[in-house]
Design a protein around this ligand. Structure first.
Ligand code: ATP
Ligand code: MP5
Length: 264
């Protein structure tokens, strides 16, 4: 047990279990990684949408991270829903001394149904305080638009946007193309010099709740195990494809993906 990889998720709780902390911990477990959590907010939600957001006090978030890292430590960490600027600054301050922990920043902003999971005035803190600490940032297209102020709707836009986001300080930018138009999904990884692209068919389904969380948790788990970044992205990509393809079809809206999906 002592050499099992460990990962920490700093995110919101999704009562429906498809996204947020719940998706992250289930995914860590599926990857054989010991999972730990710091909860930023409690949401009341199901597959039909988010109906309540109850943020925790900033100090409660900082305190959870501090206790975990002082004692258990982590090989990798990820952030999801952070809700406001004060929480972002506190998370950055707690993680700052631990530069050896590989950090995945999933810049969660808006839930599928439109509920705000990050306040507008927190974008600057995300860019200034958190992205410089990130090994990799994983925006979807709407999030990339907010981070860059650019219109990002095509693969060419994605490459241009990745350059702008890279300049904010993350070592790698993983642009997720789930929101692209058309039958193909294209994800683009940028390391500041070269683009690495993964294309695959689009699965026709409404069960895509938590795809971003589950993908970034899989990536975090692979980084915790010490995998090189490109390899970790490839494995996480295959996992989310399989998780969407075999979604358990729960609830009356956007159901969760299959967190028991096969790896590889
Ligand atoms: N319909 C789909 N078919 C195949 N792969 C998909 C589909 N939708 C998303 N993906 C994959 O899932 C991952 C997450 O992409 P997406 O752009 O949906 O993230 P997201 O918008 O942050 O997720 P969320 O919907 O949870 O907010 C990407 O690797 C993407 O390629
Ligand atoms: C607590 C929490 N974190 C993240 C998401 C985003 O997931 P999605 O965009 O799939 O709704 C969510 N709905 N809830």
């Amino acid at each position: 047990m002592s050499n099992r990889a460990k990962a920490l998720t700093i995110a919101g709780s999704d009562s429906g279990g498809g996204a947020g902390i719940q998706a992250d911990l289930k995914t860590f477990h599926q990857f054989g990684v010991y999972g730990m959590s710091a909860i930023t907010a409690i949401t009341a939600q199901n597959t039909l949408g988010v109906s309540g957001v109850y943020p925790l006090p900033t100090e409660a978030v900082a305190h959870q991270i501090r206790e975990v890292l002082l004692d258990l430590g982590a090989d990798a960490a990820k952030t999801g829903m952070l809700f406001d600027a004060a929480i972002i600054r506190a998370v950055a301050a707690e993680l700052d001394p631990y530069r050896n922990i590989k950090l995945v920043v999933d810049p969660v902003m808006i839930a599928k149904g439109g509920a705000k999971l990050l306040r507008d005035d927190a974008i600057e803190a995300l860019k200034k305080d958190l992205l410089p600490l990130a090994e990799v940032v994983t925006p979807n297209l709407p999030e990339a638009e907010v981070l860059t102020g650019m219109l990002i709707r095509t693969p060419e836009h994605m490459r241009e946007g990745a350059k702008v986001i890279h300049a904010l300080g993350a070592r790698y930018v993983m642009m997720k193309g789930g929101h692209l138009e058309g039958d193909e999904v294209l994800d683009i990884l940028y390391d500041g010099q070269a683009f690495y692209e993964i294309a695959h068919e689009r699965i026709q389904t409404r069960h895509t709740h938590g795809t971003g969380c589950t993908f970034s948790a899989a990536l975090t788990a692979e980084l915790a195990k010490g995998r090189p970044l490109v390899q970790a992205v490839e494995t996480a990509n295959r996992f989310i494809f399989e998780a969407i393809r075999t979604a358990p079809e729960l609830g009356g809206g956007h159901g969760p993906t299959n967190h028991w999906a096969a790896i590889e």
